[in-house]
Each structure stands twice: as C-alpha cells, then as structure tokens.
Design a binder for this molecule. Structure first.
Ligand SMILES: Cc1cc2nc3c(=O)[nH]c(=O)nc-3n(C[C@H](O)[C@H](O)[C@H](O)COP(=O)(O)OP(=O)(O)OC[C@H]3O[C@@H](n4cnc5c(N)ncnc54)[C@H](O)[C@@H]3O)c2cc1C
Length: 437
C-alpha cells in the first residue's frame, strides 16, 4: 500500500480505542499518506473511570470528557452513528442526528464501538432501570438521588418516602461498586442539609448474582470490600438475583420485596452489536475475533480493539486466553493499533499486542478505596489516594488533568455541592406551562 493516493482510515467509535488510535495515527501519518475519519454519536470521548466521581460531584462533568475536535486536529470528526458496516463494498452507513443516512467508503477500517450493558429479560427492568456507562447517566443519577432526598423530606406519604429513599444497584463489578459507594457517600453527606431526614432511613442495596463482588480483585480484597460496605449499612446481597422490578416493586430471588424509585443496572457489559448486525464474523460473545496484531480474522484491512474485540492475551500461558474489557487494555491496544495502521500504509510488517494486566484501583467514596496492583493489595485512604493519582495520570490531556486536580483541591477547602439540578432533565417544562396558560 506504500505511495499513491492517501488511504482513508475510518474509525468507528471515538472512545478509548478510537480517540487514542486517531491521536497517535495523526502524528504518525501525514495528510498526504492518510485521511483519518473518526465517527461517534458523541462529540467527545468519556473517561469512564471518573463517572462515579462525576456522579458524586467530586469532579465536574465537563472535566470527565475530552472534546474530539479539539484533540484530533488533523482528523475529520463526524458526529453520527454507524448503523452498518458493508465490508464487501468497503463502506459504512452513517446516521447523523437528523437527516438522511449516507455511505462513507474506507480503505482501512477500525471497529471500536465498545460495549453496551448486558441486560436480562427481567419484568420492569427496561422501564425502571438505568445503566451507568455514560456521562448522561452519571449526572442523571446524581440529580435523581438528590432529587429523591428533596422529595422524601417534602412528602407526608410515609410509603412514598420509603420508596424514594431506597436505591438498588444490580451487579457488583468494580464499576457498579464504585458508583454505588460514591453515590451513597454523597447521599449521607447531603443528609446534613435535611434536618427531617434520618440517615437510617436511607436504604442502599447491592444485589449480586454470584457469591462475591469485584471479580477483578482477589477473593480476600473483595470480602474486605463487602465488610466495609456493610459497615456503612449498605445491604449487600450475594448469590441473589433481581426477579422483577415491575412498577418499581423490587423482587429478589431470596424472597425480599420492597419498592424503590432507583434501580441501577451495572451487571456487566457485552460487545456492541454493530459487528454482528453487519454480518461480520463474531465469536459466541459477539466480539470480533482478532489476531494479536489487532487485525480482524477473515477480513482484509479491518482492525479492532477494546471491549468490542476478542484479542489474544499473549501475557498468559493459556493460548486461548483473551484480554478482558478494560481501559487498561484499550488504551495500550490503541497505541499498537495506530502503529500497525501506519505500518500497513507504509507496507511494513505488523507488531503484536502484549500487556500483562496490572490490576485494579477503586474508590469507595471520599478517603476510602481498595487497590490491587501487581499482586500488592492496598486498602483505605492509601488505596483511595492511589486511585486518584493513577487516574489523574491517565486522564487524557494536560488541560483535563489540571481541571480535575482543581476540582479536588477546591473540595478540600469548601463544602461539597449537593444541590439537585433535576430541572436539567426537563428544561422545557416551565416554558410549555407558560405557553399553555
Ligand atoms: C463506570 C465505569 C468505570 C470504569 N472504570 C474502569 C477502570 O477503573 N479501569 C479500567 O481499566 N476500566 C474501567 N472501565 C472500563 C473501560 O472504560 C472500558 O473498558 C473502555 O472504555 C473500553 O474502551 P472502548 O474504546 O472499547 O469503548 P468506549 O471507550 O466505550 O468507546 C466506544 C465509543 O464508541 C461509540 N459508539 C457506540 N456506538 C457507536 C456507533 N454505532 N457508531 C459509532 N460510534 C459508536 C461510543 O459513543 C463511544 O464513544 C470502566 C467502565 C465504566 C462504565
């Protein structure tokens, strides 16, 4: 492929893989060699590990996202959704937010739409539940939880009050545990501004189908985390399933039933369905089967990485081992992917991806955390501090690092902001009422 017209490299998804791949590829390939196009329904990349802190108000929502057009100056960024990949025609179908869908051709394709929530056909879940993967969901939950405190302290109806103060999370992976712990911590802090609310009235429930939480860390550290959550009066129910959530009535497999206004589904992710819907080869979990050099098996000129790809884990002795869905892999795979795109354009041999998973860090609210890095287990404030320093070092762009640090520093000197901006959820409400009258 060396020489000739610039190759069009089309990147589907501007998340971890998409943004970091484009960022590096734009440095490695001049415009004369390649035209890089990034397509994402959002104009920004989301740094997902900060979503729990954004929900808790420790980090400003705008500081958790990276504007794609600002960082990808040498790329063309298209805000739209890819609804189909037609590899036989080497084109994708792009759906802009409004207007007609159109086709866009490519020479090389990177498929990186990430993952979606892995849901189950539980009655009432689709109507009552919400996920925790986007900045919209995180900020909605922040406003919603605080809004429930406002409602509970203002109603005379005891049952409605109990229901408003019941918060249920289903799924005990680190994302779910972090989100629950941060929001619970915030709600308890907020109670000081509601003299007629007793902290004991808050009911936070974590429902986990297996007999442990946080499969990303050792059994001992997971058990320690459960103990700390239970100390905080969080009702952790292991080996328990959600059977129904119809009409907000939560029914669990252990026989417990109660009403709750808040149901958050954090029970894992699955590969984005785009590849399967486009008829591309996928494995039994809907992931694109990749070689270690991040090319997709059976498809010429197609690369993939991140949550949507099944990438061999060369750091393990098991030849069938695959890299798990994590930012840690995604960001490192993106580096190799960008280099391999440049090598492909320059007609050079490709390099394999190899990285041994370093471990996990998780925040459980202010000054509380757990971490397991290279086999070393840490707990409490030390782990929390490590969580913050690690993610500060990882959040993209110097600009974002300074802003996040400024958020944390301000929080040391001023009280936490615990106001619900629930009006953001329906901004036209007042105007519609005014127009109607
Ligand atoms: C709350 C939370 C906390 C986490 N914390 C950690 C952590 O501490 N450590 C860690 O290692 N991992 C963590 N993860 C996991 C990590 O964020 C993911 O593994 C990582 O984002 C995967 O990168 P990706 O590029 O494959 O997908 P993403 O980063 O999700 O990017 C996918 C992109 O594709 C776009 N897209 C979707 N559909 C389409 C379409 N049809 N067309 C075009 N674009 C599309 C999306 O808008 C998105 O921008 C966390 C995840 C969550 C949800």
């Amino acid at each position: 492929m060396a020489g000739g017209e610039p190759q069009r490299i089309l990147i589907v998804g501007g998340g971890y893989v998409g943004m970091y791949t484009a960022l590096r590829a734009q440095q490695k390939l001049s415009r004369g060699r390649a035209e890089i196009v990034v397509i994402d329904p959002q104009p920004n990349m989301t740094y997902q590990p900060f979503l729990p802190e954004a929900a808790a108000g420790s980090v400003e929502p705008r500081h958790v996202v990276v504007p794609l057009r600002r960082v990808l100056k040498k790329c063309r960024v298209i805000t739209g959704r890819v609804s189909k990949i037609s590899h036989d025609q080497r084109s994708v179908t792009v759906e802009p937010e409004t207007g007609d869908a159109y086709q866009l051709g490519y020479d090389l394709l990177v498929v990186a739409p990430g993952s979606i929530a892995r849901t189950l056909p539980i009655p009432g879940l689709a109507e009552q539940g919400i996920g925790f993967k986007t900045i919209g969901e995180a900020i909605f939950l922040r406003n919603h939880v605080l809004g429930r405190l406002d409602f509970a302290s203002s109603t005379e109806d005891a049952a409605a009050r109990r229901r408003a103060l019941s918060f249920v999370f289903v799924g005990g992976g680190y994302a779910g545990v972090e989100a629950l712990a941060e929001l619970e911590d915030m709600s308890r802090y907020a109670c000081r501004y509601y003299p007629d609310l007793d902290q004991d009235e808050l009911r936070w429930v974590l429902v986990e189908a297996s007999d442990r939480i946080m499969p990303e860390v050792s059994v001992g550290l997971a058990a320690y985390t459960v103990d700390r959550l239970r100390e905080r009066a969080i009702d952790v129910r292991l080996s328990t399933r959600l059977n129904s959530a119809e009409g907000g009535r939560i029914e669990l497999s252990d026989g417990e039933a109660f009403e709750a206004d808040t149901l958050v589904w954090t029970a894992g992710v699955k590969a984005h369905p785009l590849s399967a819907l486009s008829g591309l080869p996928t494995d039994d979990k809907g992931r694109l089967p990749c070689r270690a050099n991040l090319t997709v098996k059976g498809l010429d000129g197609v690369f993939s990485a991140g949550d949507t790809a099944a990438v061999p884990d060369l750091s393990k002795s098991d030849p069938n081992a695959l890299c798990g869905p994590s930012a840690q892999h995604a960001v490192r795979q993106a580096k190799v992917l960008a280099d391999n795109l440049a090598r492909t354009v320059n007609g050079q041999a490709l390099e394999d991806y190899k990285h041994a998973y370093a471990g996990s860090v998780a925040s459980l609210g202010l000054y509380r955390g757990v971490a397991e890095l290279y086999g070393v287990k840490l707990r409490g404030p030390v782990a929390w501090f490590l969580h913050r320093t690690y993610h500060l070092s990882r959040v993209p762009t110097f600009n974002r690092k300074v802003r996040v640090l400024a958020d944390w520093t301000a929080a040391l000197f001023f009280p936490r902001e615990v106001v619900s901006l629930g009006q953001l959820q329906s901004p036209r409400h007042d105007f519609e009422r005014a127009s109607a009258s």
